[in-house]
Write a protein that binds this ligand. Structure first.
Ligand SMILES: [Zn+2]
Length: 108
């Protein structure tokens, strides 16, 4: 249900234009990777499932094939990713990880 997801601060990008727009705004957090269609099947490795700040320059290199999801806050991102991807099947981008401040962690 798209409307409810929007309200929850989660948005799955349908097009690359959509994705590019979110990067220009540079608000929130962006995940990219392989989200299993069926739970427990075909899960990618954690190395390919990364969460970034929306402004991260590494987001330029994301392939068209990957699932891209926007989150308003770290808390929403953690909850959603743990539920849909799996608690140990995603991680922070190394580059972004260094930028995580105590303020961001307090949000979790
Ligand atoms: Zn990053």
């Amino acid at each position: 249900m798209p409307i409810q997801q929007e309200q929850a601060g989660v948005h799955v990008f349908e097009t690359l234009d959509d994705f590019a727009e979110a990067r220009v705004e540079a608000v929130g957090f962006i995940f990219h990777g392989t989200v299993p269609v069926v739970k427990g099947k075909g899960q990618g490795s954690a190395a390919n499932n990364l969460l970034h700040f929306a402004r991260c320059p590494r987001l330029e290199k994301i392939s068209d094939q990957e699932t891209k999801i926007w989150f308003r806050s770290v808390r929403v991102a953690h909850k959603h990713l743990d539920e849909t991807v799996g608690a140990k099947r995603w991680k922070w981008c190394k580059f972004c990880e260094r930028e995580i401040t105590q303020r961001v962690l307090d949000e979790i």
